[in-house]
Design a binder for this molecule. Structure first.
Ligand code: GDR
Length: 326
């Protein structure tokens, strides 16, 4: 039975990955931070086979202890301070968790090692935010980075550090340069879930408006369930590498709004949207569009869920959840 350690186990991707690996017959361990973390219960209820291990990406010794205890075949580093807007307000914390956290995990793996004939494999969640003010469109594995937020800068550090450990120590370390990926487990602070939850609440008469920032930004939005499958596939390859994971379609925030209101069969979406500069960022990433040709040819991977299906799935989930709560 293969053993996997996942950081960021309480986040969207951690929860998807925990399920995917359990379904594949792995013994799955999730790194959990803090004393009596309120999210522990949610993740163990969702996946009763999951085992939690104490640790914090800010504390190297806790990571060494976790890797020693779990003796993993594979480590998936999905933990981060992942909300771009917050990274402008807490840049140092973001650098510590999202940037240095990667280095600490790599060090823990290097120090503990793993069996000689079965070295630990590592996956780093790199991000399309690293492209920032894009140098070309679409973006692929060789597009230069130009991050536009403290979060993006921290991800660039983690990305280069992962490549560096691969080249310096021969670590089987891969990165997925993941474009936005969403779904019903997305946090309410991210624009997609904020919209689908808001539309569901408007439909049920629980809310009158949705307050948003920049509606012109374009993103390549995929489904998180598809993306964790790509992560797993790259870790199974004989040779570690870097892969762009994206759908190859880009849509504006406004198009996302229109689609969500259409799913709810509500007309005149403009009536329900309030613009507030508080939700705008000091620097914006205007256009993201990924070229996942390498993942398609080397990993036999493709995004299965379309943009329309994704928005509808998220809206319907929010409608059901909000109806239950009512
Ligand atoms: P992003 O996701 O920054 O792309 O990072 P987010 O959903 O926060 O923003 C997407 C775009 O929507 C615009 N926007 C708003 N965003 C939020 N959150 N709230 C609003 O009210 C709002 N109004 C407009 C933003 O300006 C932005 O242009 C996500 C995260 O998951 C990262 O961790 C990950 O690395 C990248 O995707 C790929």
């Amino acid at each position: 039975m293969k053993r996997a350690l996942i950081t960021g186990i309480t986040g969207q991707d951690g929860r998807h990955m925990s399920q995917l690996l359990t379904d594949k017959g792995y013994q799955v361990f999730g790194l959990i931070r803090g004393q009596n973390n309120p999210k522990s219960q949610i993740v163990t209820q969702e996946n009763p086979a999951l085992e939690l291990v104490d640790g914090d990406l800010r504390d190297l010794s806790s990571l060494v202890a976790a890797v020693e205890q779990v003796q993993p075949d594979e480590v998936y580093n999905l933990g981060a301070m992942s909300f771009v807007a917050l990274s402008f307000r807490q840049p140092e914390l973001t650098a510590d968790i999202t940037g240095l956290g990667v280095l600490r995990m790599l060090e823990a793996i290097r120090i503990v090692g793993g069996a000689e004939n079965n070295p630990i494999r590592f996956y780093q969640a790199s991000s399309s935010e690293m492209f920032g003010q894009v140098r070309e469109t679409p973006q692929n594995e060789s597009t230069p980075f130009h991050p536009r937020s403290p979060y993006g800068v921290a991800k660039v550090f983690g990305h280069h550090m992962t490549v560096n450990y691969r080249e310096s120590y021969g670590l089987h370390a891969s990165t997925g340069i993941c474009f936005n990926h969403e779904g019903p487990r997305r946090g309410l602070e991210f624009v997609t879930r904020k919209i689908t939850n808001g539309v569901a609440r408007i439909k049920l008469g629980l809310q009158d408006t949705i307050t948003l920032g920049n509606l012109d930004a374009r993103r390549d939005w995929g489904y998180a369930g598809d993306f964790v499958d790509a992560m797993w596939r790259m870790v199974q390859k004989d040779k570690a590498s870097d892969y762009v994971i994206a759908t190859g379609e880009t849509h504006t925030v406004q198009e996302f709004i229109e689609r969500a209101f259409a799913a709810a069969e509500i007309e005149d979406w403009e009536r329900y949207i309030v613009k507030d500069p508080r939700f705008e960022r000091p620097a914006e990433v205007d256009l993201l569009l990924g070229d996942a040709s390498k993942a398609r040819s080397e990993l036999d991977w493709d995004a299965k869920v379309s943009f329309e299906e994704l928005v509808t799935m998220m809206y319907e989930n929010d409608l059901a959840e909000e109806s239950r709560r009512r």
